[in-house]
Structure formats: C-alpha cells, structure tokens
Design a protein around this ligand. Structure first.
Ligand SMILES: NC(=O)c1ccc[n+]([C@@H]2O[C@H](COP(=O)([O-])OP(=O)(O)OC[C@H]3O[C@@H](n4cnc5c(N)ncnc54)[C@H](O)[C@@H]3O)[C@@H](O)[C@H]2O)c1
Ligand SMILES: O=P(O)(O)OC[C@H](O)CO
Length: 341
C-alpha cells in the first residue's frame, strides 16, 4: 500500500508555498490553493510562486488552484497558511466540502482581533468534529526554501495528527518535534512577532547586542507570563516554538515583523510601512489585541504597553524607554527570589 496521500495547503503566500513543496518532496500529491485565480494559473504554468517565493521551483506534484472545493475534496490533511484575519472565513468556506475525518493544521501565527481567539479555538468552533493541530517554530520561509537545517513543532492533543504531520513534512533538512501544548505553541508563534518589532526598532535606533539581549530575555518572561495565565505550559517557552522562534524573529532582517520595527525606528509611518511590505506582518495586529487582552486579564506586560504607546499613540520612543529604564528598581525582580534573599 502506498503511503502517499492527498494533501491540501490553503494560502499561497511564502509559508504555504514551502509547506506544499516539502510535502511534495515526500511524494505526496499536493493542492495549493490561492484565492487569486490569475496568480494560481501563473504559478501552475511557470512552476514558481514569483510574487512570494521567487527562485524556488515547485515540484510537478504541487498543483496550484483557486477552486477551494476542488482543493480540499480528496484531502485528509489540510494545512491552513492564510493570515489570521482570513482564518475563520476560509474555514467556513471549506466546511461544506471537506472529508468528514480530515485533519486540519494551522500554520498561522496570529490572534483573531474581535474575539481574542487563537487559531486552535477558531478551528474547534468552526469544525468541532475534526482533529486539529498547530505547527509553529523558528521557520523563516526563505531559509526553509534554501533547505537550511530547520526544526519546527507540531502541537496537538491528537497523536494521529502529530504522527501524520511528522510523516508528511519530515525531510533531512526539516525536523518536526511533537508537543501537546497547543496554546503554548501557538501563543509562542503569535507573541514573538510583537517583540520582533521592538528589537527591529532598537536596532534602527543604533542599539547594540546588550539591548537586544535585554529585550529578548524580558520579552520571553513577559510572553510566558501571559501564556501561562491562559493555560499554556511554561516549559513550551524554553522550546523551539518559544525562545527558538523569539530568537530567530528578533534577530533576522528576513523577518517581516523585525523589518516593520526597523522602519518605524527610522521614522516611517506605520500605514506606509505595512503597505510597502506587501506581505503579512502579524505582530502589528497582535500588539493591539494583546495590549487590550493583558489589560483585561491584569497581566503585567511593560514591553507591550511601551511598544503600543510608540506604535499606536505616537509617543516618542525616548520617553517610553526612559519610563521603562528609569522605573522603580525594587519592582524589577527577575525571578521570584527564594525566602530570605
Ligand atoms: N513567512 C514565514 O516565514 C512564516 C513562517 C511561519 C509562519 N508564518 C505564518 O503564516 C501565515 C501566513 O504567512 P505568509 O508568510 O505565508 O504570508 P504572505 O503575506 O506571504 O501570504 C499570505 C497569503 O494569504 C493570502 N490571503 C490574504 N488574505 C486572504 C484571504 N482573505 N483569503 C484567502 N487568502 C488570503 C494572500 O493572498 C497570500 O497568498 C502568517 O500567520 C504567518 O505569521 C509565516
Ligand atoms: O517574517 P515574520 O516576522 O512573519 O516571521 C516569520 C516566522 O514566523 C519566523 O519563524
């Protein structure tokens, strides 16, 4: 019996394209859906997704298409690779056409704005009978496309989903670790985008590695505090989907979120920066959502508060930095200190 199966990837941006090709490298028949019919036709003909992933030839067993019903018709494993804004709407589109036992895996690193919901929660609401998982980790699409050694995490409560994703995506340059902490893994992927904006901004302002290290370390404390409050496992944050993804996104100019922060630090306006980027930088929306959510939950997130002031209230960055660095020292406890210290 052949182990090759029909796989679907929904979303023809950078990440969807590499996920589709990796599954195809393993011999699976892959349908890569994109909403723009003309783009799908061009990709199908040229065998390259020129807009998002030029110089990355697609294998013959990747079929680009724009008919979403056709894309999911025979598939038992569907990867979602659309931005968080479109996530629920795309799930609603596929609901009437998918196989009853199809597994759905999110690769999206964001939070739904009005509801504060994570992609796993949206999947549970929209497709309650389907096994689900989330894929997240330090995975810059352009580096994966160059087949640079990379690891990622599949998180699911369902062992069959974890095994299916490991089987379908495993390559000698792409290793997949399993985890059962879905909230932790997807919160790691979504939250780190916020802090990449902050480190991009710091670099643009001429700050060096001490500053970056301080920002990243305090970001990790802040994001894990928030995630644990939502029920995530703190251990997830010392793994690939936590500190791993935070590190890559806060350090690489290949990260769109880092680039947005860098351009803001150089004095650009948010609207123009996002428009010129032409790709999704989830951190901008996530910052707004987390700022409100943390306030509601009463979670202490000074970096989120400060960055929000700079990005959305045009408060001078020097003022915010001064407030952060000049605050009362006795409240700055790195860890809960043992008794007597
Ligand atoms: N690029 C990466 O390195 C990377 C790595 C891991 C995860 N991700 C995550 O994957 C998700 C997608 O990112 P990407 O990098 O592929 O983005 P992208 O900007 O490269 O592409 C987004 C794709 O989604 C499509 N899209 C946008 N709105 C849509 C809608 N309403 N309906 C259908 N399709 C729509 C766009 O046309 C485009 O094809 C994001 O949440 C991102 O954080 C990205
Ligand atoms: O380009 P970014 O900032 O969306 O980051 C890409 C990936 O999430 C890195 O793991």
């Amino acid at each position: 019996m052949s182990h090759h199966q029909a796989i679907t990837v929904l979303g023809g941006g950078s990440f969807g394209t590499i996920i589709a090709n990796i599954a195809a490298e393993n011999g699976h028949q892959v349908r890569l859906w994109m909403r723009d019919a003309q783009q799908a036709e061009e990709v199908e003909k040229s065998r390259v997704n020129n807009r998002y992933m030029p110089d990355y030839p697609l294998l013959a067993n990747v079929e680009a298409c724009s008919d979403i019903g056709y894309a999911v018709a025979d598939s038992h494993l569907i990867f979602m690779a659309v931005p968080s804004k479109a996530f629920r709407q795309v799930l609603r589109q596929i609901k009437p056409c998918i196989q009853p036992e199809a597994q759905i895996v999110s690769t999206t690193k964001g939070i739904e704005s009005d509801s504060f919901k994570l992609m796993s929660q949206i999947m549970c609401e929209e497709l309650p009978d389907h096994p689900i998982g989330v894929l997240s980790g330090p995975n810059l699409a352009k580096e994966v496309a160059r087949r640079q050694l990379t690891a990622t995490v599949i998180a699911s409560n369902n062992p069959q989903v974890r095994a299916a994703v490991q089987r379908v995506l495993r390559r000698d340059y792409f290793r997949i670790y399993a985890n059962n902490d879905m909230y932790g893994v997807e919160l790691g992927g979504a939250l780190k985008n916020i802090y990449a904006i902050a480190t991009g901004m710091a670099a643009a302002l001429g700050m060096g590695e001490n500053t970056r290290s301080m920002l990243m370390t305090r970001s990790l404390a802040e994001m894990s505090r928030f995630a644990v409050c939502l029920g995530a496992n703190p251990l997830t944050f010392i793994g690939l989907a936590g500190v791993g993804d935070l590190a890559v996104t806060c350090m690489s100019p290949l990260s769109r979120n880092y680039r947005v922060g860098h351009a803001l630090g150089k004095g650009g306006s948010l609207g123009q920066i996002v428009e010129e980027l032409g790709e999704v930088a989830e951190g901008v929306g996530t910052l707004q959502i987390v700022k409100h959510w943390a306030t509601e939950l009463g979670v202490y997130m000074p970096l989120v508060d400060g960055l929000y002031e700079v990005v959305f209230n045009q408060r001078p960055v020097q003022q915010v930095v001064q407030a952060l660095m000049g605050g009362e020292q006795s409240s700055d406890v790195e860890f809960v200190l043992p008794r007597g210290n």
